[in-house]
Ligand binder design. Sequence first.
Ligand code: HEM
Length: 510
Amino acid sequence: MSSTSTTLTAATVGKAALATLVGLAAYYNDRAIFDENRKGIPYQPGLPIVGNLPLLIEHKDQIHDMFLEAYHRYNVLTLTFSVLGVPRQILTLDPQNVEYVLKNNFESYIKGPAFHGAMNDLFGDGIFNANGDEWKYQRKTASHIFNVKNFRNQFTDVFVEEIHYMMDNIWDKAVETQTPVDFHEIMFKFTLDSFILLGFGVHLNALGTKGVVPFAEAFDSAQRTTFQRFITPVWGVTEFVAQLFQPWKTSMNSHLRVVDDFARNVTEQRREQLKNGEVHKDLLSRFMEASNAQGEPLSNDELRDIVLNFVIAGRDTTAQALSWTFYMLMSHPRVEAKLLDEINANITEESLADSAKLYEAIKDMKYAHAVFYEVLRHYPSVPLNQKYALQDDVLPDGTPVRKGDHILWCPYAQGRVEAIWGPDAKQFKPERWINEKGELKRESQGKWPAFHGGPRTCLGQHLATLEALVGIIFLVRKYKFSLVPGQDITYQVSLTLPMKNGMKVMVEKR
Ligand code: HEM
């Protein structure tokens, strides 16, 4: 072929491609290519062909606020987004829809293939990433440890022991030296030590370690990458390219190696202990004695997944909730003073020295519970979540759902919406959790899904509440914390809700 005819052919192909692109852009003028126009659902219009991808990229560091803004902009509780490369997402903040998906029609909504794919490297087939029989046996096995006897004695003892260590070695020293301390980092160490001890019988002593704990650092980075996979089309390619062009950055695989080693060491150590005749009755031993969904003893891979799933459940969520609680207390002195009054009225030296008495005293502390629930309304440890529709359906507000749609709900945005919580939704007001008779009020799981809802409601909610309240009581009673000025206290976009830059505090004794 002559060079003139080659040029002509190339020009023709180029023109045809351009015409096709223009045609596609005209047809998919406000949404991602090949995404249908969905009737009956308000939607956030996007750019031709890429849809809401630029919006997602622009808000990638404040994604939970992006959902809140969408509600304010369109004044609707349910709307859909169309993002190039991401399956159809329907966002709903409507409590009746959320309750329906989590509870009333539980069987029709599962953790879908996209969820499993993004989570698989880090969480494998552990409880957070499992459906059906795989999920059921783990839930049943784990549920045995959450009984009142364990709460009253063993769990409270562990929290008190770790708190004493923290006070003696960190806060008392910070008072003496008048140096700022990262409160967030200390809470992560506290909940890590506590949970690793009560769940797996290992004394990790993160609280006694200066600076970062390698396992924790790798685990946090792996979680951030896992979350990015939810909002990054073709994440397999982007991660590969990032590694190619930034080889000095620690890769997901290196982080995974560190967390894998940690989880496998925990199990191996236990196998050794069992060989030596030791008897354990904790979470790990329950799983080591249990059978999996196929009726077989759990393999090392399955135990690795279980350990890591329970670490995110037991460490991150509660550490974050404690950090946001102290942030709110420091910025709301009225609430702090009222909480201190309740602590002084209910907690005696005697109850501080006796776990069973402390446990009973905490149960009666309504204001402390209200503070904790109100914090989780503003800063839910799982701020955004999704389920996958197994079949066509209609949500209670009339929204049509198609098989394969993803239903997103955002507890972070829900907690700030006036249509749900009233005109004072954005205020920090623990009183809203106490009724006229002075009793503690619980809201429906659809309105306040901080601990999820339905059959998959958080298994550890009472454990988390106990741990947080033990922490709050001991710390508020003894110390006055204040924020180091000039910090940007904001969240890090991840699977949970960590503080992006930590939280530096100064501390004095009361
Ligand atoms: C403030 C602290 C906590 C909050 C806000 C919280 C919240 C949640 C949420 C929202 C879920 C649903 C996640 C999902 O499946 O997508 C969940 C599940 C779960 N949580 Fe918690 N959690 C907390 C602490 C804990 C603790 C301390 C444990 C201790 C073991 C725990 C154990 C679990 C387990 C095992 C599940 C999976 C339940 C299932 O799928 O059946 N959580 N939690």
